[in-house]
Unconditional design. Structure first.
Length: 56
């Protein structure tokens, strides 16, 4: 089990590494959008199906 081949690893960062700030910021924004879009989309679809006005 200790004969694991590490030569073919395509990792950019190791376990304890920290990415540069700009890469971390882009990753954080991507995660926020990945959370926000699935929460808002069903409400927009249901609202359109019920023909709700923009004021409601």
């Amino acid at each position: 089990m200790s004969d694991i081949n590490h030569a073919g690893s395509d990792l950019i960062f190791e376990l304890e590494d920290r990415p540069p700030f700009h890469q971390a910021l882009v990753g954080a924004i991507t995660h926020l959008l990945a959370i926000f879009v699935p929460m808002v989309t069903p409400a927009l679809i249901v609202g359109a199906a019920l023909q709700l006005s923009a004021e409601t």
